[in-house]
Design a protein around this ligand. Structure first.
Ligand code: PXL
Length: 270
């Protein structure tokens, strides 16, 4: 029997982030992907690759969720970029209307290139209406700092403390990602399960951010949970899958490279 994974997220038109990455990751990991689009991001090559952002009409989001959930028995969902308070309201209502085995939230506060703080009301709505419905939340360093309210995260201990504070907002598990910004030779993620902190480390691949890494990690966690993995195994595998994808990254005309979701399976095939 095929396992299903559902994603509610934004489209990113280059294929390097967002829903496109989620569905590619699901397919690589052998789960049937179902997707609902919340917004459309089209980078602007004529203007420094700035983000052009168009929200989808709330009723159209509700219609997509109705179609997806009426068609398949979906019990594991990933939530990616939402983008506006109206979108957050409709997605929060839809999540609250049914039972989920896992709700994996990638708390996309801003995406690369946007001005921090430009969308404070969206950040507040995400914290108040979506994060409490999550079973797993996967903030990067910047998002962990905002969501935890900490002044600075400059060590693994700080990252673990941020994860503990974010768990107080409701989610059972917090995966806080140090990425290239956390000082040190390793890319460190911490998993807090409400009691214990597990530190996952892998040598950094260069010092530049690679587009789609956060989306890939959260989608891989979602796919593994859909297949029945335990959270610790899901997160450890997702990190391996994402690290392989960063190693096998694709260069592009954008100023940043993007993750290749096929790299993990390429390596298995030799
Ligand atoms: O990488 C975060 C992200 C998620 N979702 C969408 C995006 C981005 C960043 O560009 O556009 C739709």
């Amino acid at each position: 029997m095929v396992d299903f994974a559902y994603v509610i997220a934004g489209s990113e038109a280059t294929g390097g982030a967002g829903l496109q990455v989620d569905l590619k990751t699901f397919q690589e990991l052998g789960v049937y992907g179902v997707g609902t689009i919340t917004c459309i991001v089209s980078f602007d090559p004529g203007n420094g690759w700035a983000h052009r952002f168009v929200p989808i009409e709330p009723q159209v989001i509700a219609d997509q969720i109705e179609a997806a959930t009426a068609t398949h028995d979906l019990d594991v969902v990933k939530v990616g970029m939402l983008g506006t308070p109206a979108t957050i309201d409709v997605v929060a209502d839809a999540l609250a209307a049914r039972q989920w085995r896992h709700v994996v939230v990638d708390p996309v506060l801003i995406c690369k290139g946007q001005e921090p703080g430009a969308a404070l009301d969206t950040d507040t709505a995400l914290r108040e209406k979506i994060i409490p419905l999550a079973t797993v939340v996967t903030p990067n360093l910047f998002e962990a700092q905002i969501l935890s309210g900490m002044d600075e995260i400059s060590s693994v201990d700080d990252l673990a403390e941020a994860a503990r504070r974010i768990a107080d907002l409701g989610p059972k598990y917090v995966v806080a990602k140090g990425g290239v910004e956390l000082p040190g030779d390793d890319a460190v993620d911490v998993l807090f399960d409400g009691t214990d902190v597990t530190v996952l480390a892998a040598p950094k691949v260069g010092s530049e951010r690679v587009s789609g890494a956060g989306c890939t990690l959260a989608a891989a966690i979602t796919a593994e949970l859909a297949k029945g993995a335990e959270i610790g195994d899901a997160v450890a595998f997702a990190k391996e899958f994402t690290t392989a994808g960063i190693n096998g990254r694709v260069s592009a005309h954008t100023p940043f490279d993007t993750v290749w979701q096929g790299a993990f399976v390429d390596a298995l095939d030799g």
